[in-house]
Design a binder for this molecule. Sequence first.
Ligand code: FES
Ligand code: FE2
Length: 369
Amino acid sequence: MQKVFHPTATTFVVQETLPAKYYTSPDILGVEKEKIFGGWTCVGHVSRIANPGDYFLAEIFGENLIVIHTREGRIKAFYNVCRHRGTRICDKDGRGVKSLQCPYHAWTYNTNGNLIGAPGMKGVKGFSFDANSLISVNLNIWDGFIFVSFSDRVKTFAEEFAPLIGRFKKWNIAKLVSYKRATYLVRANWKLIFLNFSECYHCASIHPLLSKLADAKSGNNDLTEGPFLGGYLDLTGDSMTTSGRTCAPYVGEMGDDEKRGYYYSILPNLLLQMHPDYVMFHLVFPLSAGESLVISEWLFTPGAFNDKGFRPEEAVEAWDITNKQDWEVCESAQKGISSKGYKPGQYSPRESLLAAFDRYYMRIMKSKR
Ligand code: FES
Ligand SMILES: [Fe+2]
């Protein structure tokens, strides 16, 4: 969505958009699965599983994971695959469970993934409960965001995400609580959603409400190359809400610099938006070359929920309206790019982050990684 940075017409070197195949080809998506999504991918925020025994299911490129808060207080992720004959164990999210039971033959696992029940198998020669724990995937938590990795060959999270560690601590994101989660099916390639998020060149034409709440030509970017891109936008009021007023207590000690809208795209699938009174994020999951699932979530400080002035719907509505405008224009772009009439176009200086995104993307796609 929105961000701004305006190299001048004389300092910006014009760059072409990518050829159509990068938005339409299943083969390219297959390469992206390994090279772009083969590292650390975000599956959600810890507040979704705030208590022991809470879990949710996450689906990434057909792999279904159980992301669980164990009875011992840790966050873990397992393949949603029974160790008996491979059946999917859970078909929906759960709350406060003591164990997970496969519906097929009732093999049962504790929240740590250990097999604790297998009818008729106790004492069977050569059978080991210990050898039949659920298979876990690598997991790391940054600012409350849960990231998973299917591979042991990737860099550590601390190496990969070094530019972001500690960067947003003023917003206390790890301590915030989810008020609302919305799921959108967007018939557009995942990169079009990233690109659209990274410019406000379109704000005047697509977002009448948002254009009243923020100055689309204001602000600056502080991450301008690489996998993480973004910066801030000046607000015309106090927050990005339908009323332009804050709708909840501040999420932290907000100085003048924090009383803005901050917007960052974080490869491979997290779009982060920070405001003085709430934080929201989108997770983008490719379903095919031309379809993406977007999960958007609004987070507030825990104290907000008991605050008399708490009007979270003002934040939800502002972005639900804006999101739908964005998804619609992404779908329209997907249609045009899929036409024989599409030829790579030229980015404007107000789309410098998109040019940077494409440069980094092509570097990774051509790498041996
Ligand atoms: S496949 Fe899960 S108990 Fe048999
Ligand atoms: Fe937008």
